[in-house]
Design a binder for this molecule. Structure first.
Ligand SMILES: Cc1cc2nc3c(=O)[nH]c(=O)nc-3n(C[C@H](O)[C@H](O)[C@H](O)COP(=O)(O)OP(=O)(O)OC[C@H]3O[C@@H](n4cnc5c(N)ncnc54)[C@H](O)[C@@H]3O)c2cc1C
Length: 384
């Protein structure tokens, strides 16, 4: 008997929703299983905004994937009419030798990406809300901006459904095993069979991928929204870039223009610096001392921002030891399982291209995209 589905996708968050779309667009019979409802806020893909940029300080190897992701944002916007990406410009600020500035410049140079270097006076003149120290500089990128995580997930789910994917919510996978030439997947009440399994587990990677050999660390992160002193106008998207700002101690903070109007203010967060947690143990309460620490930090670089604290929300990073993704056929089950995980706090901007890569891997076993950096063997070989 042939399996019911060609591919079962576990997790319909950022990556899984994109995978379900790309797989079903290629004619595969897809079942998607999601632990919670559609577009929920208990994983890693919520909070209204994610930074996108191309001059990628993490590694120039990401750049070709970003160029493709940008094309796919446009396609997604056209296909669904939803607002996906807003390219309002972005500054990467820090000392010239900081990872944020030097790494961004390296990618921009290697890939010949449009960018400008600004000294402290230029930054103050162009973006009067920013108050850098005299020895800080910035790489400005016109094509940086933000993507809308909830809209992106909803758009991918919508397109997958339109192509006939079966998407089941509130139905977590409890376990799976190899079965005939494919896999058998169990949930509390059902059993399904398929030729291929795709696992996009977000922060549940440690429990769903025990045999991957990757030591994941799940990290609690906080997003803060403030109403700026003096009003929101200088913070509106036409006037304000997205920013990543690294201080002399290497602490990075990043933030957004006031994209949802004065009531919601402008969002800011620390990049990393979070407490280790699990999806079960994460403290969802944001404490007063945490709000104070963020307001103090921002009063040095964007003094008008921390006017009135409006709200905060938590989210999870799924970190690998080197903070690069894991995107590959599963080394222990190379014939039938594809994994997309360990996005280490910087995955959202890649969501559409990860969907395309996962579809390539699940349907053909290989991809034309350069994903050598994301091979899980690199981590299995490293000392624990
Ligand atoms: C505060 C914060 C800020 C960020 N900022 C940026 C940014 O500016 N730019 C950027 O590019 N990236 C950013 N990121 C990272 C980015 O958002 C993540 O890399 C991305 O959302 C991860 O997507 P995912 O699909 O792996 O995880 P998720 O979207 O969480 O999806 C995983 C899904 O799997 C489901 N699931 C788990 N177990 C099961 C099971 N057994 N059965 C069925 N379903 C299951 C979960 O319910 C969940 O829906 C940020 C992340 C956070 C938390």
């Amino acid at each position: 008997m042939s399996p019911t589905y060609d591919v079962i996708v576990i997790g319909l968050g950022g990556m899984g929703s994109a995978a379900a779309h790309h797989l079903s667009a290629r004619g595969a019979r897809v079942l998607g299983l999601e632990r919670f409802g559609p577009v929920h806020n208990r994983g890693s893909s919520h909070g209204g905004s994610r930074i996108t940029r191309q001059s990628y300080f993490e590694d120039p190897a990401y750049v070709p994937l970003l160029l493709r992701a940008y094309e796919l944002y446009d396609e997604l916007e056209r296909a669904t009419g939803r607002e996906i990406a807003t390219l309002c410009g972005g500054v990467m600020v820090g000392r010239p030798d900081s990872r944020t500035v030097a790494g961004s410049l390296r990618s921009a140079t290697e890939w010949d990406l449009p960018h400008e270097m600004l000294d402290a006076a230029d930054i103050r003149r162009r973006f009067p809300t920013l108050t850098p120290d005299d020895d800080e500089v910035a790489l400005y990128e016109d094509r940086a901006g933000l993507v809308r995580p909830e809209n992106t997930v909803a758009a991918h789910l919508q397109l997958a459904t339109r192509r006939g994917a079966d998407l089941h919510y509130d139905e977590p996978m409890t376990r799976w095993e190899p079965y005939r030439d494919g896999v058998r997947v169990h949930t509390a009440d059902n059993t399904y069979t398929a030729g291929q399994l795709v696992i996009c587990p977000g922060a549940w990677a440690p429990e769903l991928l025990t045999d991957l050999g990757v030591p994941f660390t799940i990290e609690r992160q906080i997003m803060y929204w403030f109403r700026p002193t003096g009003g929101v106008r200088p913070f509106l998207p036409g006037n304000h870039p997205v920013y990543i700002w690294e201080d002399a101690a290497g602490v990075q903070v990043y933030g957004f223009p006031a994209i949802d109007g004065p009531e919601l203010g402008a969002k800011v967060a620390f990049f990393r610096k979070g407490v280790v947690c699990t999806p079960e143990t994460i403290d969802r309460t944001v404490h007063e001392h945490e709000v104070r620490a963020m307001a103090d930090h921002m009063s040095r670089c964007i003094p008008a921002l921390p006017g009135t604290f409006l709200k905060a929300a938590t989210c999870m990073y799924s970190n690998t030891p080197d903070e690069h993704f894991v995107l590959a056929r599963h080394p222990a089950h190379p014939d039938c399982v594809t994994v997309a995980c360990g996005f280490s706090g910087h995955g959202f901007k890649f969501v559409p291209v990860v969907g395309e890569i996962v579809a390539d891997l699940a349907l053909t076993g290989t991809t034309g995209h350069p994903i050598g950096l994301f091979d899980p063997h690199r981590l299995a070989a490293a000392p624990a």
